[in-house]
Ligand binder design. Structure first.
Ligand SMILES: *[C@@H]1O[C@H](CO)[C@@H](O)[C@H](O)[C@H]1NC(C)=O
Ligand SMILES: *[C@@H]1O[C@H](CO)[C@@H](O)[C@H](O)[C@H]1NC(C)=O
Ligand SMILES: *[C@@H]1O[C@H](CO)[C@@H](O)[C@H](O)[C@H]1NC(C)=O
Ligand SMILES: *[C@@H]1O[C@H](CO)[C@@H](O)[C@H](O)[C@H]1NC(C)=O
Ligand SMILES: *[C@@H]1O[C@H](CO)[C@@H](O)[C@H](O)[C@H]1NC(C)=O
Ligand SMILES: *[C@@H]1O[C@H](CO)[C@@H](O)[C@H](O)[C@H]1NC(C)=O
Ligand SMILES: *[C@@H]1O[C@H](CO)[C@@H](O)[C@H](O)[C@H]1NC(C)=O
Ligand SMILES: *[C@@H]1O[C@H](CO)[C@@H](O)[C@H](O)[C@H]1NC(C)=O
Ligand SMILES: *[C@@H]1O[C@H](CO)[C@@H](O)[C@H](O)[C@H]1NC(C)=O
Ligand SMILES: [Zn+2]
Length: 482
């Protein structure tokens, strides 16, 4: 099927319009708009024309996933956030011996909620509170117990393949070491914890193929301590974590100029993986693979499965680790060698982050619950749930994908390890023009472990993925010269 310039252009521009952050009002439709602006993007991105494969369309939302998404409840999200705010401060250095104030009370309440969900799981969900004593550091003036609350849903067919979703339950005031003042942390990051809790509640009664870990971590504001402990624990145990979704500041759709974008969530995805060997990095740069790290593939995957009418959201991929002067828990997982991304609201208001609660010069400062949009958080939870459910029910990512680069050739030959997963229906090669952000074409190549396509690897980026009998696809992987 040879697409005309116009049809490929329309596809690419629709993709741009729905997934790249454009100035928009809430009434702008979620799907494409082939305006002159978008066609301009298309002119740069749609070369080469090729009849290899068919245009790639967003993955459909099946009725089971649609049902799960409809269970997400903004009223419950509001209740979780209100409860977390009620602990006054959740600073990592605050009291751990009170049932009403401080991080200990917050930890125990989160664990109790998780256990109440686990009680509905017929034994598939278990809850633990792993912790360690963090010694002195710049933002740790005395040794402190840092605890994470982690719920684990055992995978039904691939229990050793693991996905992680996280938010941090600690909070802070203006002074990072002030552990007595109120620090409501409604957006940063009770919103992320609320996403994790609501998804834990819904998934407790379900049976994904792969294992899912849902965690609320501490110590983020003092130096990513809880997530680092978690990521290093998984790494040390050689756990096969194939994706991490971190949610941090996902609570407000209104920026500090009053701008509103309630139908967009940013996903931050780093380029070069920080733990890659020097040889691998050199090879990646040689083949133009710097935009195809596992984290970027995870972000693309999220767009394919979760930017749709079922979530009501657009997903704006941001090609960087994080915002300027800010960090987050996905970094701990990246530094442990895992693929991790961060979801964050599109327009931040710094008067409502890391600020003592006060009115100054007529402006209300502080991370107060009145600035949280619960319907927005619910849509962000839908993006997370659609991504998590789709990835955990897809086959695992394709292993040892290689491209044959031994001789000059205008064909492209790929090989990979055929998985022994009997749920795999077949493999797919996806490709896109090198300047396009998302995969534009797919070739169904069947149940094979090698294929040669009449399209030059010099002109496009290729990825290999597997398709389950249930229709779910794994995130694509970049083939390296074998
Ligand atoms: C398409 O985009 C253009 C330019 O951004 C805008 O003026 C127009 O209203 C949009 N059309 C629709 C149907 O959204
Ligand atoms: C609770 O812990 C704080 C330190 O976080 C300590 O100052 C206080 O004395 C403790 N209270 C009780 C009743 O143990
Ligand atoms: C991971 O292993 C390293 C090296 O053995 C060790 O120093 C570190 O404490 C371990 N971390 C965790 C969280 O288990
Ligand atoms: C999404 O919803 C809009 C508005 O209701 C509709 O026009 C569009 O066709 C829908 N798209 C899909 C893929 O269902
Ligand atoms: C409030 O106004 C005073 C006087 O103009 C100024 O010094 C101070 O920085 C202002 N505070 C903030 C948070 O902008
Ligand atoms: C697959 O790749 C891994 C590491 O990248 C390597 O250790 C292993 O030997 C490879 N397996 C085969 C069959 O090539
Ligand atoms: C790579 O391609 C060349 C021809 O272009 C072929 O001779 C060689 O056998 C291929 N290597 C593999 C491992 O298939
Ligand atoms: C390039 O492709 C053409 C057409 O398929 C073929 O005839 C030619 O031999 C190829 N050149 C090389 C170097 O493989
Ligand atoms: C499939 O392969 C994995 C290792 O890649 C192995 O652990 C597992 O036992 C195999 N399963 C079957 C059914 O052969
Ligand atoms: Zn945060």
């Amino acid at each position: 099927m040879r697409g005309s310039i116009l049809s490929i252009c329309a596809l690419v521009s629709a993709t741009y319009a729905s997934h790249v952050l454009l100035p928009r009002t809430p009434s702008t439709p979620l799907y494409g708009n082939a305006s002159a602006t978008n066609l301009f993007s298309c002119a740069a991105a749609s070369w080469p024309q090729s009849d290899v494969g068919v245009p790639l369309t967003p993955q459909p939302v099946d009725s089971e996933l649609a049902g799960l998404l409809s269970e997400i409840d903004p009223a419950r999200i509001e209740a979780y956030i209100a409860k977390l705010v009620s602990f006054g401060t959740r600073h990592t250095l605050s009291a751990q011996n009170s049932t009403t104030r401080g991080i200990g009370a917050a930890r125990d309440w989160i664990a109790q909620e998780m256990r109440s969900f686990a009680a509905t799981s017929e034994g598939r969900m278990t809850v633990s509170v792993p912790g360690y004593i963090q010694g002195l550091e710049a933002r740790v003036p005395f040794p402190v117990l840092i605890s994470n609350v982690v719920a684990r849903i055992e995978g039904s067919t691939d229990p050793s393949r693991v996905y992680v979703i996280s938010g941090h339950y600690d909070s802070r005031a203006s002074d990072p070491n002030d552990y007595t003042s109120d620090a409501p942390g409604a957006n940063d990051d009770a919103s992320g914890v609320a996403v994790v809790l609501e998804i834990a509640r819904i998934l407790a009664t379900r049976q994904p193929k792969a294992t899912i870990l849902l965690g609320a971590v501490a110590g983020e504001e003092q130096g990513l301590y809880g997530s680092n402990f978690w990521a290093q624990t998984l790494r040390n145990a050689s756990v096969n974590v194939e994706g991490v979704l971190n949610n941090d500041i996902v609570g407000s759709s209104t920026g500090d100029r009053g701008q509103r974008d309630p139908y967009t969530i940013r996903v931050f995805a780093q380029g070069l993986p920080p733990t890659e060997s020097a040889a691998r990095r050199a090879q990646r740069l040689t083949i133009g693979g710097e935009n195809d790290s596992p984290a970027r593939q995870l972000a693309r995957f999220s767009v394919e499965v979760a930017a749709n009418n079922a979530t009501g959201m657009n997903i704006a991929i941001i090609y960087r680790l994080d915002r300027y002067l800010r960090g987050g828990d996905h970094r701990s997982f990246l530094e442990a060698g895992y693929s991790a991304v961060r979801y964050t609201e599109p327009n931040e208001d710094y008067a409502h982050q890391h600020q003592d609660v006060r009115v100054e010069n007529g402006t209300q400062y502080g991370d107060l619950i009145e600035f949280v949009d619960f319907e927005y958080v619910a849509r962000v939870a839908k993006v997370n749930l659609a991504t998590l459910w789709s990835i955990a029910n897809a086959p695992g990512q394709v292993r040892n994908a290689t491209v044959n680069a031994t001789l000059l050739s205008n064909d492209s030959q790929f090989s990979w390890l055929r998985s022994n997963d009997t749920d795999i229906e077949g493999y797919e090669v996806v490709w896109r023009p090198t300047a396009a952000p998302l995969w534009t074409h797919v070739v169904d190549v069947g149940l094979v472990s090698t294929v040669t396509l009449p399209l030059s690897k010099d002109n496009v980026i290729f990825g290999i993925r597997s398709r389950g009998r249930n229709g779910y696809r794994s995130p694509a992987v970049l083939p390296f010269p074998g």
